[in-house]
Design a protein around this ligand. Structure first.
Ligand code: MTE
Ligand code: MO
Length: 415
């Protein structure tokens, strides 16, 4: 009795109730678990242990425990895991909002705490709701390239994920048994003991305008709409044009060999045609045996190899496989004194003098893979300036951010 009388009278929707909340909760349980796993994978894919170049997160401590060598195969690995992470995250937004809406009266229940245990439960709910809103908001903003928050997206989303997921696990452990009971035993709340249903159900509801099932279809329809207007980002051609909700790209890539998604343009990062010209540009390679300088013509005279590889960005978009042609990274390592099989980590720096992605570190397994290239051409033509002319890195299975464009320096073995 005490509980149902504490239900704030402002909320009168007849839709609220255990069945509605439980149905949404079960969807989120599965979906958010996938988001958490693919998020951790994305973190590992950055080679964060090659810090502080790739990962500048301070004081990770124990939270770095799962870091393993991100593999180079299958070559579409990151395209898949990050496509799922971002597309699923966007798709779940209506489900999350509906779930929060269904329990919002409980957040305003009085008295605020009936006991110490109850107070603790409510604090964990604050972390849960706050964490969910924080992770979904920062994620969606990052995908839209709106870096409006202070500091970097990367550590914010990383630490936020751990807070959110800890609260999420506690919540799931407490609520899943009841949620499954609610879904199995009851058809839309009929027969639920009054005092249990009363926690979520308005005591004096307005007359219904839509059934609970109808409301679920509405939420599902919204999710489907978001899915249908964002999933196309993982493909080229006409499919990408269906991704109207998440427009993206630094420039219209146009058509032809370089006609695939461009992230940052040369103009945007301040790389000019003059610095990349034949007279001006030299690749500086440093390693065990010293320093080697190579012009683009000299690189083109080395053994050239081809790999069909996609670009897969952390923001969730990816391209289909493109045909890259250039010098194998392990062959570059050989120029400065390493065997193909013992080539070490490499720090790759671009011409760009400022900006977040001007340098990236690659791990030995990425350097040694025969498909990893310092690409000079794409799809049968010289690289376009926006895709990284005169030379760019392309590595199988890795996030796009490791594929440094406008490479100026490669330093082997000092990480
Ligand atoms: N020098 C430099 N290299 C870079 C970037 C950059 O901003 N500067 N962006 C990276 C990111 S985040 C991605 S997803 C890919 C995109 O490559 P593309 O523009 O050829 O599609 O390039 C990577 N290489
Ligand atoms: Mo990216």
């Amino acid at each position: 009795m005490a509980r149902s009388t504490s239900f704030p009278v402002r909320w009168r929707s007849p839709l609220r109730g255990p069945w509605f909340t439980s149905a949404l909760g079960v969807v989120l349980l599965a979906g958010i678990t996938v988001l958490f796993v693919t998020g951790l994978l994305s973190y590992a894919a950055y080679n964060p242990d090659l810090s502080p170049v790739n990962d500048k997160t301070p004081d990770k401590g124990l939270l770095g425990f799962y870091l393993f060598s991100w593999p180079t195969g299958p070559y579409w690995l990151y395209r898949l895991t990050q496509g799922v992470h971002v597309t699923l995250g966007i798709t779940l937004v209506p489900v999350l909002l509906a779930k929060l809406w269904s329990v919002v009266p409980r957040l305003f229940q009085l008295p605020p705490a009936r006991s110490v245990a109850h107070a603790l439960e409510r604090i964990s709910l604050l972390l849960l709701v706050g964490g969910a809103l924080f992770e979904f908001t920062t994620g969606v903003l990052n995908v839209q390239l709106d870096y409006v928050f202070p500091g970097s997206f990367y550590p914010l989303h990383f630490y936020g994920a751990w807070v959110f997921f800890a609260a999420f696990v506690a919540h799931a452990v407490l609520k899943v048994p009841a949620a499954l009971r609610n879904l199995r035993g009851l058809r839309e709340d009929e027969g639920l003991p009054r005092e249990r249903a009363g926690q979520l159900r308005a005591p004096h509801p307005d007359p219904p305008t839509v059934s609970r099932r109808g409301a679920l279809w509405l939420v599902g329809g919204g999710a489907l709409l978001l899915f249908g207007t964002s999933a196309g980002r993982s493909f080229d051609g006409p499919l990408r044009r269906t991704a109207v909700l998440t427009p993206h790209g630094g420039a219209d890539p146009g058509s032809g060999p370089g006609g695939f998604q461009i992230n940052k343009t040369a103009a945007y990062v301040g790389v000019t045609a003059r610095e990349t010209s034949g007279e001006a540009w030299r690749l500086v390679v440093t390693g065990r045996t010293g320093i080697v300088r190579l012009s683009r013509a000299e690189l083109l005279a080395l053994d050239l190899h081809s790999s069909a590889l996609p670009i897969a960005c952390v923001e969730g978009w990816s391209t289909s496989d493109q045909w890259w042609r250039g010098v194998r990274l392990r062959d570059v390592a050989q120029l400065v004194g390493y065997d193909a099989d013992t080539a070490p980590d490499v720090l790759v720096e671009s011409l760009q003098s400022h900006g977040a992605f001007r340098r990236a570190a690659l791990r030995t397994n990425q350097v040694r893979d025969a498909r990893s290239l310092l690409a000079l051409e794409v799809n049968g033509e010289p690289l376009t300036l926006d895709h990284g002319y005169p030379a760019r890195v392309i590595v199988p299975g890795a996030p796009g951010v490791l594929n440094t464009k406008w490479v100026a320096r490669m330093t082997f073995g000092e990480l």
